[in-house]
Design a protein around this ligand. Structure first.
Ligand code: DX5
Ligand code: ZN
Length: 226
């Protein structure tokens, strides 16, 4: 299975001080940035101009999660901005294969996300076109929600399908990831973990990242020292 990554979500950070908030997560593998348009989800966050500045000051790869309706139109610009990984929702794209190829051609990893009610079977034939499959473990739109344990069988099916493709497909989970839940998601086959409130709600975000990483590695049967 690919390496374990902890990607803190800045949705739970102080939006008035994003540059200093990034300095509190030095041990993050990538910075998860939630882009919402109040159409695909009932919330509004930041758009391309802010993401471009974050890309300039972050010093670490950005992992953009686009919860926007017009994703076929907008996603390629995030790749052009240098975002390492650009994830779009399958439900929002009318041409997901074309879009994934455009993202890769622009030098980004292509990620595809599924809402909780979208079965993993809808994208099994597309897995060779993407680098990352995001299984939402809450309804997208807000931080601080409770992890949906009913997504665990879906994560297992996604991991089995990923192994069948023979590619290094990353399985990302997002929503309700904490020291209590990360082990279950890891055991089911996830290897990239987004955590917002569990990281930025802690007194020491970097320490929270270490705790999450250790719990995920334990559940994957490895050692946190590896
Ligand atoms: C929610 C976002 C998440 C959010 C997770 O739609 O996609 O990235 O920040 O927040 P927590 O970890 O608090 O559930
Ligand atoms: Zn997200």
């Amino acid at each position: 299975m690919p390496d374990c990554c902890i990607n803190p979500s800045i949705l739970s950070a102080d939006f008035a001080n994003l540059e200093s908030e990034l300095r509190r997560i030095q041990s993050a593998d990538a910075v998860h940035v939630d882009v919402m348009d109040n159409h695909f989800v009932p919330n509004l966050t930041i758009g391309l101009p802010v993401v471009k500045r974050l890309q300039e000051v972050s010093g670490r790869p950005l992992d953009a999660h686009l919860m926007i309706a017009e994703v076929d139109q907008w996603a390629p610009s995030f790749a052009d901005a240098g975002v390492d990984s650009v994830t779009f929702h399958l439900e929002a794209s009318s041409a997901p294969v074309k879009l994934a190829r455009e993202l890769r051609a622009r030098g980004s990893k292509a990620g595809m996300a599924l809402r909780p009610a979208t079965p993993v079977e809808t994208c099994l034939d597309l897995l060779s076109e993407i680098d990352l499959l995001l299984i939402m473990t809450v309804e997208p739109g807000f931080g601080g929600q409770e992890f949906l344990d009913i997504m665990l069988p879906k994560i297992r099916r996604a991991r089995a399908a990923a192994e069948d493709t023979g590619t290094e497909l990353a399985i990302q989970v997002d929503g309700g990831i904490s020291a209590d839940t990360i082990g279950r998601a890891a055991e089911a086959g996830a290897n990239v973990f987004v955590a917002g409130s569990a990281v930025y709600g802690a007194d020491n975000p970097d320490q929270a990242i270490s705790g999450l990483r250790a719990a995920a590695e334990r559940a994957r049967g490895g050692s946190s020292m590896e």
